[in-house]
Design a protein around this ligand. Structure first.
Ligand SMILES: NC(=O)CCC(=O)C(=O)O
Length: 302
């Protein structure tokens, strides 16, 4: 179990509204929301966009809107061709640079040239616009609740194969995308690697949102004594998929410290590292696990 080493920081979740089938217009909306969040006082260190914000959230759209995502570590360059990186990636690098903030770029459909696979992919940028992390959604959203909500990401998407964390000057952050939150192993591994927070760009819907959105975040937070944040698009009455909204942040005690409604908005939360430490001192479950009693689970956690 790694020690958590972190400094207090401020988080902004952008619950973008008015997203349409026009990618350029979606990029313009994201850019102005990032600028507005970066100008707020106190200034956030980390800004988060929602799941699939540059494209309609529809299996029939993912390939058409997909883009090339370059290798982790590639730096900002003023001139870069579409064959090297897609327009949304380029725009997000510029958003990070002009805001002076770290940016978790929600997710976009990614096309992998070598395989022609499409992924639901989250990219992360430092304030210089360097691409510091790429997370491909591991657990694809394939559900069927008859008459209420059916979705099958695997019709056009491929699931990622790796877990993702990245380091910042204010602490290590873990990434998941939406449905990934239902799989507690991801957050547990991130917490044991020393992450201060798990952040999930997400888009639950009006069926599963009221059932599980808050419950899942509180569960992951209490089990692992870390911060959990989920950032959703706003509800859009004309969209084929009705996003739940309700972007929120939960603290290590399992308390919801901020939650949006379903309208377009930006919410802010302060990550309090003292609370993290006192929670872990008072309820020391993170060091009381009995992996000797459940050795089948232990292999990946020790
Ligand atoms: N976009 C998603 O992965 C949706 C996940 C969801 O709604 C859920 O209930 O889980």
């Amino acid at each position: 179990m790694a020690q958590i080493s972190a400094k207090p920081f401020r988080l902004a979740l952008l619950q973008l509204g008015s997203l349409t089938a026009n990618k350029q217009s979606n990029i313009t909306i994201a850019r102005s929301a990032v600028q507005a969040a970066a100008s707020s006082v106190p200034k956030p260190q980390l800004i988060v966009l929602p799941e699939i914000w540059n494209s309609p959230y529809a299996v029939s759209s993912f390939r058409e809107y997909s883009e090339k995502v370059p290798e982790v570590g590639t730096m900002y360059r003023k001139e870069v061709g579409e064959e090297e990186e897609g327009e949304t990636v380029k725009a997000m690098r510029e958003m990070a640079r002009s805001s002076g903030c770290w940016l978790i770029g929600g997710s976009i459909p990614q096309r992998e040239e070598s395989t022609d696979n499409i992924y639901n992919t989250c990219t992360v940028y430092d304030p210089e616009g360097t691409l510091v992390a790429v997370h491909q959604k591991v657990h694809l959203f394939d559900i069927d609740i008859p008459g209420r909500q059916t979705f099958k990401e695997s019709d056009t998407l491929t699931g990622g194969k790796t877990l993702t964390t990245f380091d910042t000057p204010f602490g290590k952050i873990g990434l998941g995308i939406c449905y990934d939150i239902r799989f507690p192993e991801m957050a547990q591994i991130a917490a044991r690697q020393g992450c201060v927070a798990m952040i999930y760009p997400a888009a639950f819907n009006i069926t599963t949102g009221p059932m599980h959105w808050t419950l899942l975040q509180r569960a992951r937070a209490v089990d692992n004594q870390i911060y959990i944040a989920m950032c959703s698009p706003a509800r859009h009455p004309e969209a084929s998929y009705q996003a739940y909204g309700h972007s929120s942040v939960v603290n290590p005690l399992g308390e919801v410290i901020v939650e949006a409604g379903h309208e377009p908005t930006t919410i802010y939360a302060d990550v309090d590292t003292e609370l993290l430490a006192t929670t872990r001192r008072g309820l020391p479950v993170t060091i009381q696990r009995r992996f000797d009693v459940y050795p089948d689970v232990a292999a990946n956690f020790l």
